[in-house]
Design a protein around this ligand. Structure first.
Ligand code: GLA
Length: 389
């Protein structure tokens, strides 16, 4: 139990427990930073913190996921990035940017953190942690931060403090998460709508390749750079602020401005945006068969045009798509490893897990993991602490 661990580590009782979810993205991949539409939802896997306020400016953090690191300590007057502070750099980054805006933050806290998002699975454990720390400061100091501001702050930590040039999707999906709802977010304007996820006869199955995606961060920045250079070249002929605004016909007409890779990346961004729009419509009309086809098309585009899948994700998704009762399947998140998802009829899930698991093990040589996705709330105080660990 988290509380007991807190007592063991810090010799006192925690005052409060918070939870912040992870996320899956139903569709709209690699287009948040291209001004496109994304369609993510928070899940009930996430990160917990047991917390007690301190009277001085020290923050002490202990992770049940990295027990060998012990307590990592920092001071609110010294918040520069330091590699040796390991995972607590996320907390330091949040503290640094919050303090710039809210100088009334004048004391630290002790925290035991525990996450049940599989490590490196691409279900946004880092954004989950960022929003968890924001929630702690927000509650301890009654900070008037809106959910959108919290999402933007989390992204700033990721981009400017940690150095990953990610878009707004993960932090937004987590910060504004609502139980049983997906969020259709326009990443250009930040306009969004909640769309109920009501699937009585099917479930979303998350399939984890167990191939960590951490090393992919440099590739992530590379894809972003390719999109930026494609846009800059296209802007000499087309009036557009971002890639997703450009018509497919205009892209094709200007193909010779671009390198082959730039053309393929732009093709993905533009078609994925169209698929996301169509998916939201299909969802509203309860047409999961159509939605499934869009998922399959999304994976094909991420594999062939955006080139962010790899043998592990492709093997899982191909095996999933072949199973009776599968409506569609695709990778989710940044790619290169991590997770994929499939929509599967309820009574076929058992056979699905067995068959896809076997196909994956046979080809890749180690096992995949399967979870049924449950869509939960955004960051929140935990009242019922019985079942945390
Ligand atoms: C990661 C990033 C997001 C988004 C996805 C790909 O999760 O953090 O901003 O770009 O990859 O859709």
């Amino acid at each position: 139990m988290l509380q007991e661990c807190f007592v063991e580590v810090f010799n006192k009782e925690p005052e409060v427990i918070y939870f912040s979810p992870g996320r899956i993205n139903l569709i709209g991949e690699h287009i948040d930073y291209n001004g496109g539409l994304v369609f993510p939802c928070p899940i009930t896997l996430g990160t917990y913190a047991a917390v007690a306020r301190r009277d001085d400016k020290t923050v002490r953090c202990y992770s049940k996921n990295f027990e060998d690191l012990g307590i990592i300590e920092f001071n609110l007057d010294h918040l520069d990035y330091d590699k040796k502070d390991n995972w607590t750099n996320y907390a330091k980054g949040v503290a640094k940017f919050l303090l710039e805006k809210y100088p009334e933050i004048n004391s630290g806290f002790d925290a035991v953190v525990y996450g049940n998002i599989p490590n490196g699975s691409g279900l946004s454990s880092s954004a989950s942690l960022e929003l968890l720390i924001i929630q702690i400061f927000k509650s301890l100091f009654n900070l008037p931060i809106t959910e959108v501001e919290a999402a933007l702050l989390g992204k700033k930590v990721e981009n400017e403090y940690i150095g990953v040039n990610s878009g707004i999707m993960d932090q937004f999906a987590i910060s504004l998460g609502k139980k049983d709802k997906a969020i259709l977010l326009d990443c250009n304007s930040l306009d969004f709508t909640y769309i109920p996820v009501d699937m009585p006869t099917t479930k979303i199955v998350i399939m984890n390749t167990n191939k960590r995606r951490e090393l992919a961060d440099s590739k992530y920045n590379e894809r972003r750079a390719e999109c930026e250079s494609a846009l800059a070249k296209l802007q000499s002929k087309v009036n557009a602020k971002n890639l997703c605004e450009i018509d497919l016909a205009d892209l094709k007409a200007n193909k010779d401005l671009l390198t082959e890779n730039e053309y393929k990346r732009a093709c993905h961004a533009i078609t994925e945006n169209i698929r996301t729009k169509a998916s939201a419509e299909a969802f509203k009309n309860n047409d999961l068969v159509e939605f499934g086809k869009l998922l399959n098309a999304s994976h094909k585009s991420l594999k062939e045009d955006y080139e962010v899948t790899g043998i592990e994700l492709d093997t899982l998704v191909a095996a999933a798509q072949e199973q009776p009762g599968t409506l569609g399947a695709r990778m989710t998140g940044a790619g290169f490893g991590g997770c994929s998802l499939a929509i599967v009829e309820n009574d076929k899930i058992e056979a699905f897990v067995e068959n896809v698991g076997k196909a994956y093990l046979d080809k890749i040589g180690y096992a995949a993991d399967f979870y049924i996705a449950k869509i939960g709330d955004g960051p929140t105080k935990v009242e019922d602490t019985k079942n945390i660990i």
